[in-house]
Design a protein around this ligand. Structure first.
Ligand code: SF4
Length: 302
């Protein structure tokens, strides 16, 4: 007869307590997300404020769009190809909380790196200075001349062969050496920055975490993959599982694996959103992982 029952009451009438119907893995994901800390690099970024309708990334100082790596997922390469890479200079505002050197290209290629590093310290004495590098050109000698508060070194593979496949550069040993250099310097916050590329590097992620931790690296910043239209073919060829690349659950599971070895964090602007989701949404949601062209949303000031 058309009597409507709430599903919980229906379950009870069948002798089943409703909470057992809830997905256990979903609850674990929610707990994991609530326990995760924001990456050190994200502190002070507008991306953490969900009330901001148009958040922009930390200010950055761009040295060069050139890079000695040619990563299959890289937005910087895409920007260069589309003629959208920013010219060298400071993109930000007065009194920044933090400045990233740099968002495009490989800053250590530039002969101006030491000079720019000094200039930023003088001009912005209160700002946290973050170096974002692929690590391949870092030596003890250069490190002694640099002065940063946080260093992020990108590493997406745990072997020389896989690294070559992803970066198109035979620099695995040099990157590991860079992790060793910054990992043993306790005056700087050291971070290994890894992109989640299921089908390509899922097995590498816990190994990278273990390797980085053994070299004294403080934190892993695991980031979801943004798929730029111009990189689709290369990613496909490398074996990317596009379905899983868009699954929040798969991304969080990779972070859980890494957490067994290192203090793992996930991109702050993502984490802020995940924290507002209920367990079942986290379990089943897909994120939009596609973008045509990366753009800088900050004005050049210097
Ligand atoms: S990952 Fe997001 S929150 Fe973190 S620094 Fe980048 S834009 Fe900001």
């Amino acid at each position: 007869m058309g009597i409507k029952m709430r599903w919980e009451d229906f379950a009870r009438s069948m002798g089943v307590e409703p909470q057992i119907l809830e997905n256990k893995e979903a609850r674990l994901l929610k707990q994991f997300v609530m326990d995760l800390k924001f990456p050190t690099h994200c502190q002070g970024c507008q991306g953490l404020d969900l009330n901001n309708p148009n958040p922009v990334h930390h200010p950055s100082y761009e040295l060069t769009p050139a890079c000695n790596h040619d990563c299959i997922f890289c937005y910087s390469n895409v920007a260069v190809k589309l003629g959208k890479a920013p010219k060298p200079g400071y993109y930000g505002w007065e009194n920044p909380y933090a400045i990233t050197v740099s968002q495009y290209g490989e800053p250590l290629i530039s002969p101006r790196i030491v000079e720019v590093n000094r200039m930023l310290r003088e001009k912005f004495p209160n700002a946290r200075l973050d170096l974002q590098t692929n690590g391949s050109l870092l030596t003890e000698e250069l490190w002694a001349k640099l002065d940063f508060d946080l260093v992020m070194i990108s590493l997406d593979a745990a072997s020389r062969e896989k690294h070559l496949k992803i970066t198109n550069a035979d620099t695995f040993e040099a990157v590991v050496n860079a992790l060793r250099i910054v990992g043993s310097d306790k005056s700087v916050r050291s971070v290994v920055r890894t992109i989640f590329m299921p089908g390509i590097n899922d097995e590498d992620i816990p190994k990278i975490a273990e390797l980085a931790a053994s070299l004294g690296i403080d934190e892993m910043m695991l980031q979801p993959l943004t798929i730029h239209e111009l990189n689709v073919e290369r990613l496909k060829k490398a074996g990317l599982d596009f379905e899983r690349a868009e699954s929040i659950r798969e991304f969080l599971k990779a972070a859980m694996e890494a957490k067994k070895h290192i203090d793992v964090r996930i991109s702050g602007c993502q984490l802020a959103i995940y924290r507002t989701m209920d367990p079942l949404t986290l379990f089943s949601a897909k994120r939009v992982a596609r973008e045509v062209a990366p753009v800088v949303k900050r004005e050049r000031l210097l």
